[in-house]
Design a protein. Structure first.
Length: 465
């Protein structure tokens, strides 16, 4: 059996829309939470499920969390019927429908033991390592309980891996809305009249959500309209893009950067780097197309190529602002103050006449030295060379801006002076510098980045200007 958009279970609610205040109230109360999740794209009612919350994935695929909402206490028979329908939807499109929720007023005493065991497994159980025997035993206990209640093992495993169970009372949604905004959207400070205005405007949209999707950008525009002249704090709030593989779930924007920073980075091909960079570009496009905000929060603790290419993917020329975390200190690229004086010393070497490629080496607070001179790749030794070195360090955003500004200016002049079309860039510096340099790296030429891997420099990714 397959689930479908035109099947009776999917279309019944859209036809009789006026009877669905319960799920509308569920959407209203949870919109602040969904708006706080960086990958949230849109929400729609009465599609395949009662409510579907949709999230962007860097693969360009939309992943859906489907909720079935019932304004009554579910019997055991009704509960298992809803679970089986969710399983059917998952089996029909497992890459698209990735998680499911059952929402009702309450659950009866027959099924409450199952919910208690799941709560225990996902609560204190989350403190155990994935291979713990205690987790394995708890999982088997839940499967055993389901089998004793005449449910097949595969359905029990689906419940453990894919299902959430929520008790929800629609009559509390209006009063709870203010607290949900305060909890999940701390960047906005609304007066009572503004809360009421926002709630009213959202409710008007939700009623029409079975006709078309409620898109994130439209929801954020409504927030800005309610905030009026106070909207700048909301607009400057960063959107997190996680760079740790295991941290990003379906609800958060994330890139699998771990493999490009650890020991396995030696196995990464130029195609691997290109794919990572393409995913970062797609995340940037999603943010531009689906939100009104442009500030992206990144962790700068990356290798040089990863840091620089991530900064370039969310570049200033694309309209982004970066909030970069580096050793517990945050730097924002919309702060433009610079330190005085000169940060770098410069040394140039003339290369082969007519060469269209050049080499730039940037190092501080320690010189790159023989690491670069011994390990430069074949064919680069005869190219025009510029070396920027310094013993200075980054002690604040002013020094960071000074260093980036000097390098950017030097690279542009070096390219122009030698009429270059490609620049081979070697960086030995704090990663926050590499990330912000990438963010502001325009007007140069195509840049080939390198990383130091197992005692030599290897080509990584090309930044196309």
């Amino acid at each position: 059996m397959k689930a479908g958009l035109l099947e009776k279970e999917s279309t019944g609610g859209a036809i009789a829309r006026e009877g669905f205040e319960y799920q509308d109230a569920f959407v209203l109360q949870h919109l602040p939470l969904w708006l706080s999740e960086s990958a949230f794209s849109h929400v729609v009612s009465e599609a395949v499920g009662d409510v579907e919350v949709c999230y962007f994935a860097p693969s360009d695929q939309i992943r859906r969390v489907m909720y079935e909402a019932k304004d009554y206490v579910l019997t055991s028979t009704q509960l298992w019927s809803e679970i089986k329908r969710c399983q059917t939807v998952f089996e029909t499109s497992p890459e698209e429908y990735v998680r499911f929720g059952l929402v009702c007023r309450d659950y009866n005493t027959v099924t409450s033991p199952l919910l208690s065991m799941l709560e225990r497994l996902r609560g204190v159980g989350s403190s155990y390592q994935s291979g713990s025997v205690f987790l394995s035993d708890a999982r088997q206990d839940i499967i055993g309980w389901c089998e004793k209640n005449n449910q097949p093992r595969d359905l029990a495993e689906f419940v453990i891996d894919r299902m959430d169970f929520l008790a929800f009372a629609a009559e509390h949604a209006d009063s709870a809305f203010s607290g949900e905004v305060e909890k999940h959207l701390p960047w906005i400070d609304l007066a009572g009249s503004q809360i009421r205005s926002l709630r009213s405007r959202l409710k008007e949209l939700i009623v029409r959500s079975s006709v078309g999707a409620l898109c994130r950008k439209h929801l954020e525009e409504i927030i800005c309209g309610v905030l009026g002249s106070d909207k700048e704090m909301w607009l400057s709030a960063p959107i997190d893009v996680l760079t740790v593989d295991r941290a990003a779930g379906v609800r958060e924007l994330g890139l699998g950067v771990d493999g490009f920073n650890g020991e396995e980075r030696a196995k990464k091909t130029r195609n691997d780097w290109s794919l990572l960079f393409s995913e970062a570009l797609r995340i940037g496009t999603f943010i531009k197309d689906n939100t009104v905000r442009r500030c992206v929060a990144l962790d700068s603790k990356q290798r040089m190529s990863a840091a620089c290419s991530l900064g370039f993917a969310f570049s200033a020329t694309r309209g982004f602002v970066l909030e970069v975390d580096h050793n517990g200190r945050r730097y924002r690229t919309d702060v433009h103050e610079r330190a005085g004086g000169t940060f770098f010393t410069s040394e140039d070497a003339t290369g082969r006449h007519g060469a269209s490629e050049g080499v730039a080496c940037i190092s501080f607070p320690t010189p790159i030295g023989n690491d670069f001179r011994k390990c430069v790749l074949d064919g680069l030794a005869e190219l025009p060379l510029m070396v920027l070195e310094s013993t200075n360090s980054i002690d604040g955003v002013e020094a960071l801006n000074q260093a980036v500004s000097e390098v950017k200016s030097a690279l542009v002049q070096f390219r122009s002076r030698n009429e270059l079309t490609t620049l081979h860039l070697f960086v030995k510096a704090p990663s926050v510098f590499a990330m912000v340099l990438g963010h502001r790296l325009n007007g140069v030429c195509d840049v080939q980045l390198y990383d130091w891997v197992e005692g030599r420099y290897v080509q990584t990714v090309v930044l196309k200007m």
